[in-house]
Ligand binder design. Structure first.
Ligand SMILES: *Cc1c(COP(=O)(O)O)cnc(C)c1O
Length: 367
């Protein structure tokens, strides 16, 4: 068997007719940048997330950047986030001229350790970005409590958590703004680059609409310095089609994850993911922790099994962030995860015999 870490071609085959029809409509209408197809998607996605507004932008990185700018993050401000995320979370902070202030994550879920936030708050702190990593929502009740106590804004990085819920409430709807990426490999992915910010705050929404469009409210009259961060019409059309299937796809990811759990549980040297939020985990990534990662990688390569590592180097140890002066040992949990975790293939179209093959390959080698 040849099992890829991710294969996007299968999904397109299942919705090809619908997608092709909708894409044809974009071509016929000429609405390639912004326009009705983006607006349609924004309306649907806001309803899906249970928020009043959704603003489509050009990527997940852009969504984070726009949200931070809209809540007023400026040069030399501080924004608290986690050490183990995709680099984009920190980059968005840097793009505002602000400083990322990192904290470690919890050993079980890899989400932000809320207990560590308070001691990082200074008078320069403006916001907190919890990352709902791998598809599971951070401890938002506790986090919002700390944020409100100190008057801080909260921007959720929900780029890996489309449709994740806690007590029926969707990722992205807990904080002041929620940011999504529609990079093709995400749980809801476009056929190109796109992102979105959801919010209940009209002011934040209006500011994002202005900043994503060169700081203009009226054509060629620029209120502030913005950028071009608009979503394109093709992505709007594709995402409107795909949104209808998101819950079903998430359910399928979950059954893949639970099959892995079933076969891999009880193996002493393997830690399987901890599902804290009952029905809420959407398994963008299924990650296990092992003592000897090299051995599993060799085994996967020999058996043509794709894998990923999320992430091999925490943010504070990246060359780009050396200026933060955070040496090795600063965030022990994030650092340990970087050395010991490996992500197994998960996508909705994966066949159960493929899932069993991957899990049994690990199991049979006495891990
Ligand atoms: C993918 C991702 C982003 C960035 O999204 P892009 O659309 O690739 O810019 C940000 N944060 C996290 C946690 C991500 O996984």
């Amino acid at each position: 068997m040849d099992i890829k870490f991710l294969d996007l071609k299968y999904q397109y085959q299942t919705i090809k007719n619908e997608i092709d029809t909708e894409i044809g409509k974009v071509f016929d209408s000429g609405q390639f940048s912004g326009g009705q197809f983006v607006k349609n998607f924004e309306d649907r996605f806001a309803v899906y997330c249970g928020t009043k507004y959704a603003a489509g932008v050009s990527s997940g990185t852009s969504a984070l950047w726009m949200a931070l700018k809209a809540i007023g993050v400026e040069e030399n401000d501080e924004v608290i986030t986690v050490a183990n995320s995709f680099i984009a979370t920190a980059e968005a902070i840097s793009m505002c001229g602000a400083i990322p202030v990192l904290v470690d994550v919890k050993d079980d879920t890899c989400t932000i350790d809320v207990k560590q936030i308070k001691r990082k708050i200074t008078e320069k702190t403006k916001a907190i970005i919890p990352v709902h990593i791998y598809g599971q929502i951070s401890d938002m009740k506790e986090l919002m409590h700390v944020a409100r106590q100190y008057g801080l804004k909260v921007v959720e990085d929900a780029a890996q958590a489309h449709g994740a819920t806690v007590e029926g409430k969707k990722a992205g709807s807990f904080g002041d703004a929620g940011c999504f990426s529609f990079y093709p490999g995400k749980n809801l992915g476009g056929y190109g680059e796109a992102g979105c910010v959801v919010t209940n705050d009209e002011k934040i929404f209006n500011r994002i609409c202005m900043i994503r469009d060169h700081g203009q409210k009226k054509k060629y009259h620029h209120t502030c310095i913005g950028s071009n961060e608009r979503m394109d019409g093709l992505q709007g059309a594709v995402l409107s089609v795909k949104l209808k299937y998101l819950d079903d796809w998430n359910k399928k990811r979950k059954s893949v994850a639970h099959k892995y759990n079933e076969i891999l549980s009880g193996i002493e040297k393997i830690k399987i993911p901890v599902e804290k939020t009952e029905e809420g985990h959407v398994y963008h990534i299924y990650q296990i922790e092992v003592e000897n990662r090299k051995k599993i990688i060799e085994l996967f390569e020999k058996n043509n099994i794709g894998y990923g590592i999320h992430y091999p180097c925490p943010i504070h140890l990246q060359k780009a962030y050396q200026f933060l002066n955070l040496s090795e040992g600063s965030f022990p949990v994030a650092e340990e995860k970087a050395l010991k975790t490996i992500s197994l293939p998960v996508y909705p179209e994966m066949r159960m015999e493929e899932v069993e093959f991957v899990a049994n390959t690990i199991r049979s080698k006495g891990f």
